[in-house]
Design a protein around this ligand. Structure first.
Ligand code: AP5
Ligand code: MG
Length: 239
């Protein structure tokens, strides 16, 4: 891993960390950071985008319902999203906490999540913590145009910032790397517009409900992780 800011993994066994919501424009680094948070705190990273892409790849009923939205860059209707998230959050690995990457993305999804977390009978967890990653638009276009992924292990690469050792091949399994369909420039434009229209207003809604931590996402991956870990370590210690 490049950089020098990596921090030793704490022993988090048995510590309830609660819901961690990662908010940010397409390409802000939500998925990249979600996987690192998951490794460090041993809680699952739940990416609604990844779940939809897996459904499309499997050609399931859900995949057929959502395909047109993902390929055009529009948001999937709220009821489909919340039903999928509800089923995922019921799984036992979410008991101590979970990371939400790309959810919620609309005000109705936000209301749904708070109602879900407040529901009687759930093990009490600390209230959700929101981490907002901000990155300039030029950097976003560079990141999204350079992104490649491995269809076998789903690891992400970037031609400019995190290239594979062998061009076009996954470091782990040698599979041919692919580009996401929604990383084409016209779809990226629609995704950014959807973010500004439907997701940006969430920042204010979250601020009214609790803590929002703004983390500059334009630094290298290790620096961004270190900023997030400092916030989350403070939370574990009750800060
Ligand atoms: P989703 O999959 O969530 O996509 P997104 O929000 O557009 O975000 P991305 O996954 O493109 O970016 P990211 O922030 O995860 O960045 P990453 O870490 O990959 O959603 C896709 C679609 O699904 C939506 O358009 C919608 O249709 C549907 N959908 C999903 N959730 C929904 C919901 N809740 N409601 C309705 N519809 C929903 O990084 C990007 C690149 O940059 C990578 O190549 C990475 O290697 C690189 N990189 C990351 N960090 C750094 C860094 N610090 N420095 C340099 N390079 C970096
Ligand atoms: Mg992502």
């Amino acid at each position: 891993m490049p950089g020098s800011l990596s921090v030793a993994t704490p022993n988090t066994a048995g510590v309830a960390i609660g819901a961690i919501i990662l908010l940010g424009v397409p390409g802000a680094g939500k998925g990249t950071q979600a996987r690192r948070i998951a490794d460090r705190y041993r809680i699952p990273a739940i990416s609604t985008g990844d779940m939809f892409r897996e459904a499309i790849q499997a050609d399931s009923a859900l995949g057929r319902q959502v395909r047109q939205y993902l390929y055009s860059g529009e948001l999937v209707p709220d009821d489909l999203v919340t039903a999928m998230v509800a089923a995922r959050l019921e799984r036992p690995d979410c008991r101590a906490g979970f990371i939400l990457d790309g959810f919620p993305r609309t005000l109705p999804q936000t209301d749904w999540l708070y109602r879900y977390l407040d529901r009687a009978g759930r093990q009490p967890l600390p209230g959700p913590i929101v981490i907002s990653l901000s990155v300039g638009y030029n950097e976003l276009y560079r990141r999204l145009s350079g992104r490649r992924y491995c269809p076998v292990c789903h690891r992400n690469y970037n031609l400019f910032t995190q290239p594979p050792r062998q061009p076009g091949r996954c470091d782990l399994d040698g599979a041919e790397l692919l580009q996401r369909k929604d990383d084409q420039p016209d779809v990226v434009r629609e995704r950014l517009a959807a973010y500004e229209r439907q997701t940006l207003p969430l920042l204010e809604a979250f601020r009214q409900r609790g803590k929002v931590f703004e983390v500059p996402g334009g630094e290298d991956v290790d620096h961004v992780s270190a900023g997030i870990f400092a916030i989350l370590d403070g939370r574990r210690q009750g800060a």
